[in-house]
Design a protein around this ligand. Sequence first.
Ligand code: FAD
Length: 426
Amino acid sequence: MVVVGAGFAGLAAARTLSGGPAEVTLVDQRNFHTFQPLLYEVATAGLDPGDVAYPIRAVFGRSRTVTFRNAAVTGVDWQAGAVLLDDGRLPFDSLIIASGATAAYFGIPGAEQWSFPLYTVADARILRDHLLRRLEQVDAHPELIDAGALTFVVVGGGPTGVEVSGALAELLDVAVRRDGFGFDRSAARVILVDALDRLLTPFGTSGASYAARALGRRSVELLLGRRVRRVEGSCVELDDGSRIATHTVVWAGGVTVAGTLASVIGTPTVTGGRLEVGEDLALPGHERAYAVGDAAAVPWGPQRPGAVCPQLAQVAIQSGHHAATQVLDQIAGRPPRPFRYRDKGIMATIGRRAAIAELPNGWTVRGTAGWLAWLLLHLVYLVGFRNKLTVLVNWSWRYLSWTSGPRIIVGAAADRRSPHVPPPGP
Ligand SMILES: Cc1cc2nc3c(=O)[nH]c(=O)nc-3n(C[C@H](O)[C@H](O)[C@H](O)COP(=O)(O)OP(=O)(O)OC[C@H]3O[C@@H](n4cnc5c(N)ncnc54)[C@H](O)[C@@H]3O)c2cc1C
């Protein structure tokens, strides 16, 4: 059988199948698993890229039944029962599609061309280099401040936008206090824009107000109820016609499945391009093929009939595990079972000692307690002991001493010529 994608969902599926009766090929276009919830820490120079990525071969190197294939899947030949790869094809008897989603730009002119998405390790590393280059450039040419070189606009007030904004403000604090940059901290602006009039829509209103206050304390400016109309190389235009001079737009505006593998496999899709699946997560008309995680419109289950799960790591893990158990059940001749999501709550951090966690029973944990819970949970779900250890050491060290953090520009010279880089000073 074949599992496409080694994100949270594909990894959970392959782990469930490992050692069982099926020979499994796990395919991914990258040779590593990405822990997306901590990408913002890489982008803001809190963690190294290697801390949030883990080689897939290291997970299954000793498995008797799971092998890894590093290739991009380009389609599915349903008649022949084969997955099409950029360098060949792989026959399957059962298939699990866990190819995830991608950044959504909603057709906003210039957004894809000029803004920085935060979806892959490469995105995070490119953004980190860009941020640090802006600081170096302004240090050498303070006159660029008026052109927006120290204005950082984050689009999207969901958990990712809130986390990036808080961490970006902290990066600026540290850079000015500890790294000897010549400009004043008050010259650097972090502006968070969202079309809705509140932050963190998945959370309750008191959680949203808490996040707004915590960001305010970190001098993040909130522009809520304002839509981005256009992004250009040196400014963002809002729906009221106002323009913010900036060379850095971080795109945290949402995700879509449209344009990914899910769009080309020829089975029905629903809102956001997500693959339609049955209650057991099987694709319509293909009883031995499943879609899971962000790529699928995963049904919540009998406890909330008709509801679709949000695109979260827990949903990906649980749905990947369920699809794998369906394959095992089929082999054992057992009938299909419906998926049932076990909601474990939601969390977001706003920076050092500020986070919010909402549990399904209505309990809310905030502040330092919420932050510690957030740290612990992310350590538990990080893949690989080495990564858990390095992240724990990095976080502890940074808590004790603000000076640490990989504030290094490693990008190749080609990045310097990227259109994101404003013209050099006079
Ligand atoms: C910045 C960010 C922060 C987040 N923070 C949180 C959070 O705090 N809490 C939370 O619960 N969720 C969070 N999420 C959401 C969570 O990360 C996703 O719900 C989860 O990663 C989905 O897992 P997945 O396995 O479905 O997809 P992914 O993790 O996206 O994995 C998909 C895999 O498929 C591979 N792939 C894609 N297309 C192909 C192809 N054609 N051929 C071969 N391989 C392919 C990719 O390389 C990737 O490895 C965040 C997401 C982002 C982007």
